[in-house]
Design a protein. Sequence first.
Length: 179
Amino acid sequence: MSRIRFAAALLFIITLSVLSVSTRNLMSPHTYAYAGLAKPSSLCAPDEQVVWSCETVKERKLASICGSKDLSGARGYVQYRFGRAGRVELEFPRERTGTQSAFKYSRYTRPLVTYLKLEFVNGGVSYSISDDSNDEEKPARRDASITVKTADAKETTLRCRMPVAGSLMKLEDVVERED
Protein backbone atom coordinates (compact mmCIF):
# COMPACT_ATOMS: atom_id res chain seq x y z
CA MET A 1 0.00 0.00 0.00
CA SER A 2 2.84 2.44 0.77
CA ARG A 3 4.27 1.98 -2.76
CA ILE A 4 0.93 3.01 -4.24
CA ARG A 5 0.82 6.12 -2.04
CA PHE A 6 4.43 6.93 -2.93
CA ALA A 7 3.70 6.52 -6.66
CA ALA A 8 0.57 8.67 -6.38
CA ALA A 9 2.48 11.39 -4.50
CA LEU A 10 5.31 11.29 -7.04
CA LEU A 11 2.85 11.53 -9.92
CA PHE A 12 1.14 14.50 -8.22
CA ILE A 13 4.49 16.33 -7.77
CA ILE A 14 5.51 15.69 -11.38
CA THR A 15 2.11 16.92 -12.60
CA LEU A 16 2.42 20.12 -10.54
CA SER A 17 5.96 20.67 -11.87
CA VAL A 18 4.85 20.26 -15.48
CA LEU A 19 1.84 22.51 -14.93
CA SER A 20 3.89 25.21 -13.23
CA VAL A 21 6.38 25.27 -16.13
CA SER A 22 3.86 25.02 -18.97
CA THR A 23 1.33 27.47 -17.51
CA ARG A 24 3.71 29.84 -15.75
CA ASN A 25 2.90 32.66 -18.18
CA LEU A 26 -0.86 32.20 -17.72
CA MET A 27 -1.10 31.93 -13.95
CA SER A 28 -2.85 34.54 -11.85
CA PRO A 29 -1.41 35.53 -8.46
CA HIS A 30 -4.10 33.36 -6.82
CA THR A 31 -2.92 30.32 -8.79
CA TYR A 32 0.66 30.70 -7.47
CA ALA A 33 -0.57 30.13 -3.92
CA TYR A 34 -2.64 27.12 -5.02
CA ALA A 35 0.31 25.56 -6.88
CA GLY A 36 2.61 26.11 -3.91
CA LEU A 37 4.71 28.75 -5.68
CA ALA A 38 5.84 32.02 -4.13
CA LYS A 39 3.67 34.94 -5.21
CA PRO A 40 5.71 37.67 -6.89
CA SER A 41 5.83 40.90 -4.91
CA SER A 42 4.99 44.40 -6.10
CA LEU A 43 5.16 48.03 -5.02
CA CYS A 44 1.44 48.49 -5.67
CA ALA A 45 -0.89 49.44 -2.83
CA PRO A 46 -3.67 47.04 -1.80
CA ASP A 47 -6.29 49.33 -3.39
CA GLU A 48 -4.47 49.25 -6.77
CA GLN A 49 -4.13 46.64 -9.46
CA VAL A 50 -0.77 45.10 -10.27
CA VAL A 51 -0.51 45.61 -14.01
CA TRP A 52 3.01 44.13 -14.13
CA SER A 53 5.77 43.58 -11.58
CA CYS A 54 9.14 41.88 -11.29
CA GLU A 55 12.08 41.52 -8.96
CA THR A 56 15.47 42.40 -10.49
CA VAL A 57 18.10 39.66 -10.52
CA LYS A 58 21.16 41.41 -9.05
CA GLU A 59 19.71 44.23 -6.98
CA ARG A 60 16.66 42.28 -5.80
CA LYS A 61 14.60 45.45 -6.15
CA LEU A 62 11.05 45.61 -7.45
CA ALA A 63 9.87 47.24 -10.66
CA SER A 64 6.10 47.59 -10.74
CA ILE A 65 3.48 49.05 -13.06
CA CYS A 66 0.56 49.92 -10.80
CA GLY A 67 -2.87 51.12 -11.81
CA SER A 68 -6.02 52.31 -10.18
CA LYS A 69 -8.82 49.78 -10.01
CA ASP A 70 -10.81 51.83 -12.56
CA LEU A 71 -7.91 52.14 -15.04
CA SER A 72 -8.95 52.69 -18.66
CA GLY A 73 -7.88 54.93 -21.52
CA ALA A 74 -9.98 57.78 -20.12
CA ARG A 75 -10.07 57.12 -16.37
CA GLY A 76 -7.80 56.23 -13.49
CA TYR A 77 -4.03 56.30 -13.42
CA VAL A 78 -0.99 54.16 -14.20
CA GLN A 79 2.42 54.56 -12.55
CA TYR A 80 5.87 52.97 -12.72
CA ARG A 81 7.53 52.36 -9.35
CA PHE A 82 11.03 51.11 -8.60
CA GLY A 83 12.69 50.27 -5.28
CA ARG A 84 12.03 48.09 -2.30
CA ALA A 85 8.87 47.56 -0.29
CA GLY A 86 8.52 50.57 1.97
CA ARG A 87 11.22 52.50 0.09
CA VAL A 88 10.20 53.54 -3.43
CA GLU A 89 13.16 55.18 -5.22
CA LEU A 90 11.28 56.28 -8.34
CA GLU A 91 7.59 56.85 -8.98
CA PHE A 92 6.60 58.03 -12.46
CA PRO A 93 4.61 60.07 -13.09
CA ARG A 94 4.31 61.73 -9.68
CA GLU A 95 0.82 63.09 -10.29
CA ARG A 96 -2.05 60.67 -10.79
CA THR A 97 -3.94 62.60 -13.45
CA GLY A 98 -3.53 62.14 -17.20
CA THR A 99 -0.86 59.51 -16.63
CA GLN A 100 -1.82 57.37 -19.63
CA SER A 101 -0.25 59.91 -22.04
CA ALA A 102 3.15 59.60 -20.30
CA PHE A 103 3.68 56.04 -21.62
CA LYS A 104 4.06 54.36 -25.01
CA TYR A 105 3.17 50.70 -25.56
CA SER A 106 4.23 48.35 -28.34
CA ARG A 107 3.53 44.72 -29.11
CA TYR A 108 4.88 42.31 -31.70
CA THR A 109 3.24 38.92 -32.04
CA ARG A 110 3.34 35.91 -34.28
CA PRO A 111 2.37 32.35 -33.45
CA LEU A 112 4.16 31.26 -30.26
CA VAL A 113 6.06 34.59 -29.91
CA THR A 114 5.09 37.80 -28.12
CA TYR A 115 7.31 40.83 -27.48
CA LEU A 116 5.82 43.54 -25.26
CA LYS A 117 7.35 46.92 -24.44
CA LEU A 118 6.34 49.91 -22.32
CA GLU A 119 8.41 53.08 -22.60
CA PHE A 120 8.56 56.48 -20.92
CA VAL A 121 10.98 59.38 -20.43
CA ASN A 122 11.59 60.98 -17.05
CA GLY A 123 13.95 63.96 -16.75
CA GLY A 124 15.85 63.10 -19.94
CA VAL A 125 16.27 59.45 -18.91
CA SER A 126 14.54 56.84 -21.09
CA TYR A 127 13.02 53.71 -19.58
CA SER A 128 12.01 50.64 -21.55
CA ILE A 129 10.24 47.73 -19.86
CA SER A 130 10.25 44.55 -21.94
CA ASP A 131 8.42 41.29 -21.39
CA ASP A 132 9.10 38.73 -24.10
CA SER A 133 7.94 35.15 -24.49
CA ASN A 134 9.12 32.74 -27.15
CA ASP A 135 7.55 29.29 -27.24
CA GLU A 136 9.25 28.49 -30.55
CA GLU A 137 12.47 27.91 -28.65
CA LYS A 138 12.94 24.62 -26.86
CA PRO A 139 12.70 24.95 -23.98
CA ALA A 140 10.30 27.87 -24.20
CA ARG A 141 11.68 31.17 -22.89
CA ARG A 142 10.27 34.18 -21.12
CA ASP A 143 12.51 37.14 -20.41
CA ALA A 144 11.69 40.46 -18.79
CA SER A 145 13.92 43.46 -18.20
CA ILE A 146 14.09 47.20 -17.60
CA THR A 147 16.53 49.18 -19.75
CA VAL A 148 17.54 52.65 -18.59
CA LYS A 149 19.27 55.03 -21.01
CA THR A 150 20.65 58.33 -19.75
CA ALA A 151 20.84 61.56 -21.77
CA ASP A 152 24.55 60.88 -22.45
CA ALA A 153 23.60 57.46 -23.96
CA LYS A 154 24.80 55.29 -21.07
CA GLU A 155 22.61 52.21 -20.98
CA THR A 156 21.92 49.78 -18.15
CA THR A 157 19.70 46.72 -18.36
CA LEU A 158 18.19 45.18 -15.25
CA ARG A 159 17.04 41.62 -15.81
CA CYS A 160 13.99 40.30 -13.97
CA ARG A 161 13.62 37.10 -12.02
CA MET A 162 10.90 34.79 -13.25
CA PRO A 163 8.01 34.65 -12.87
CA VAL A 164 6.79 38.19 -13.33
CA ALA A 165 3.35 39.20 -12.07
CA GLY A 166 0.69 40.47 -14.46
CA SER A 167 1.04 41.42 -18.10
CA LEU A 168 1.85 44.58 -20.03
CA MET A 169 -0.99 43.56 -22.36
CA LYS A 170 -3.37 45.06 -19.79
CA LEU A 171 -2.20 48.47 -21.08
CA GLU A 172 -2.93 47.78 -24.74
CA ASP A 173 -6.10 49.89 -24.84
CA VAL A 174 -5.02 52.20 -22.02
CA VAL A 175 -1.84 53.96 -23.16
CA GLU A 176 -0.76 55.23 -26.59
CA ARG A 177 0.48 52.59 -29.03
CA GLU A 178 3.87 53.00 -30.64
CA ASP A 179 3.95 51.76 -34.23
